[in-house]
Design a protein around this ligand. Structure first.
Ligand code: ARE
Ligand code: CA
Length: 571
């Protein structure tokens, strides 16, 4: 047994509550080392100790490690536990004191009490949600009366500064399209008053940008979307404001005399926008001064903003811009305020990397899952990693997080900050079709970047922000139909929403990849042939099943076309 590789801690993603009476326990070991792994647990006050033993199930592997997991029930909510590990040669106890040949000397890990207040709760509705991201200036111009003077022709290529006149009325007008597509959560990039086309440099957090509409327009968008079963989420840019934000203007004008000097991270007073002697977003973006969220006044102001749009306008959640550069204490209070305003509101951080510090249950529900995107880009679009490496990446990311967070991820193929997926695929559509099939059947919320579903292309910002293609002749109808079909399947089958994930095929030579999602009710087998050759795949357990895309029945072996995929509901 490679003892050095065995890892468990009684916190974080390794030990946590799934419900007031259920805990999920994870143990990591060197890949291939353990044959069996048991969890021995009891109430932490029980004398004499009466143990219950459960076998942990194998949950996947990454490059170096295997992961084993168990969910245990505790009536008293007070748990002590240790592991019994078996590598086929020797059996060892493993607990807080380390390894031992007898149970007593290993010591116990403790989950002292599964406190309800600490339970990681994400809104139930994430399970059947499919997200649609909109860049408002580029989706549809529903009201030419509010256009800025210099709007470009719909269809022209965008620069970083161009305006196209898209607005919230345009989104309202296109709700029937979105409903037909099947998406049920719209996430819009910022819509508050701001001079830029992307509006990440806020001038006033309490007012709508007039080129997008007014308070009535956003309220009717929320109302009409809700009437169609579609939720609405906005972008909270709290790391920084815009240069026209009144407190920053005041500091620029009054220098040390301004009552807002402590609202920003100033290196010198007076502020000099040419010298950029203050902290900003990224490297010296002068028009985006960084806010001092630890200042109680700034915090109070931003929390009022957070509450206002949820409570008064009825939005269903926030996406948090540059979330990893704002302090944790701020986000903890943010969660309290937002959840008090609407207990069902969703909170998604923008963090491109390991997001564990924000995903313990006290800050965000999920994040924009760029780690997912990277794995999908490399396996399906660029084909630079094989099926085994792909599976390792996915497992590693899934094991970083608690199950609640995994279900609340925004699983995206692209965004307004990346090249479009079809472009990354070198416009080879079959690769994208495979990736979308995977996205719609994986753990977490699929997130579509507007226009990807009709085959839009574009390099990174600003080219990925072209105007939406509405001319049906120019839309890729097969791609659209695939999205509609897959979204419908996702929303109909609970196993794809909350089921466990078990890899069954990950062949590095053929790049055949298959997995099973199952809950108590149903079991679904998904197999993806990421190769230019036709390939055969065995249905797990020799079962038979119905292809959810075609309705055809299959048994024994499946034949997959080059870059073909099947989603089988197993009998
Ligand atoms: C503009 C130009 C760009 C130029 C940039 C640099 O358009 O071509 O590269 O300036 O000065 C908004 C606008 C952008 C604008 C930017 C600055 O949408 O068009 O860019 O403001 O004016 C990191 C952050 C992440 C951030 C990305 C962009 O961690 O939070 O960079 N994303 C959010 C929004 C953006 C928005 C802002 C932040 C600012 O989603 O749209 O930009 O409010 C690696 C790193 C990541 C990094 C990522 C992308 O993976 O690890 O940390 O994300 O690459 O660069
Ligand atoms: Ca307009």
């Amino acid at each position: 047994m490679i003892q050095e590789a065995i890892f468990h801690v009684p916190y974080g993603a390794y030990a946590y509550s799934l419900s007031p009476h259920h805990a999920r326990i994870t143990l990591r070991a060197k890949r291939g080392d353990l044959k069996a792994c048991y969890l021995v647990h009891s109430d932490r006050y029980e004398v004499p100790d009466i143990y219950e033993t459960v076998r942990l199930s194998f949950s996947g592997s990454d490059e170096l490690f295997d992961y084993f997991q168990a969910t245990i029930e505790s009536k008293t909510r007070r748990i002590r536990y240790r592991f019994l590990l078996d590598d086929g040669v020797k059996r060892l106890w493993y607990g807080e004191q380390g390894f031992a040949s007898d149970l007593e000397s290993s010591g116990c890990f403790q989950l002292a009490y599964l406190c309800t207040r600490d339970l990681y709760s994400v809104p139930e509705w994430v399970n059947d949600t499919v997200v649609y991201q909109i860049f408002p200036d580029r989706f549809w111009n529903g009201d030419p009366a509010n256009d800025p003077e210099d709007v470009c022709e719909w269809g022209e290529l965008p620069t970083a500064a161009t305006f196209f006149g898209g607005d919230l009325q345009g989104i309202i007008d296109r709700l029937p399209y979105l409903e037909k597509l099947g998406v049920n959560l719209i996430y819009m990039t910022p819509i508050f008053l701001s001079p830029s086309t992307h509006k990440y440099d806020t001038t006033d957090y309490f007012s709508m940008d007039p080129m997008f509409g007014d308070m009535d327009t956003i309220k009717s968008l929320v109302k009409e979307a809700h009437a169609r079963g579609i939720r609405v989420m906005l972008d909270a840019v709290f790391n920084h404001c815009g240069a026209d934000f009144a407190p920053f203007r005041d500091v620029v004008e009054k220098g040390a005399k301004s009552r807002y000097v402590d609202w920003f991270h100033l290196r010198e007073v007076p502020v000099d926008m040419k010298k950029i002697n203050y902290e900003t977003f990224a490297n010296g973006v002068a028009t985006m001064p960084k806010l001092r969220t630890e200042n109680p006044e700034v915090k109070k102001y931003l929390l009022q903003v957070a509450e206002f749009w949820v409570k008064e306008v009825g939005i269903d959640g926030w996406r948090l811009d540059v979330a990893n550069e704002v302090d944790h204490a701020f986000w903890r209070e943010f969660r309290e305020v937002v959840r008090a305003a609407n207990p069902e509101a969703l909170i998604i951080g923008e963090v491109w990397h390991d997001s564990s510090p924000w995903l313990q249950g006290d800050q965000f529900d999920g994040v924009m899952n760029y780690l997912f995107r990277e794995a999908v880009v490399e396996f399906f679009a660029k084909r630079t990693i094989d099926a085994e490496a792909f599976d390792s990446r996915l497992t590693k990311t899934r094991m970083m997080y608690k199950e609640q967070a995994n279900r609340a991820m925004f699983n995206l193929l692209g965004s307004h900050d990346t090249a479009r997926f079809l472009t990354v695929c070198g416009e080879q559509e079959e690769r994208m079709r495979l990736a979308v099939t995977f996205q719609m059947t994986y753990v977490g919320m699929p997130e579509i970047y507007y226009g990807d579903e009709v085959g839009m292309t574009g390099e990174t910002d600003p080219d990925c922000r072209r105007t939406m293609i509405w001319d049906e002749e120019k839309q890729n109808k097969d791609m659209l139909k695939l999205h509609q079909d897959l979204i419908a399947i996702r929303k109909q089958h609970s196993a794809l929403q909350t089921g466990s994930y078990r890899t069954v095929i990950k062949d590095p030579l053929t790049n055949l990849y298959g997995f099973v999602r199952e809950n108590g009710q149903e079991s679904i087998f998904v197999v993806l042939n990421n190769s230019p050759r036709s390939q055969k795949a065995a249905i797990p357990g020799g079962a038979s099943g119905t292809d959810l895309l075609t309705g055809k029945k299959h048994s024994g072996e499946l034949v997959l076309k080059p870059y073909g995929a099947k989603i089988l509901l197993l009998q």
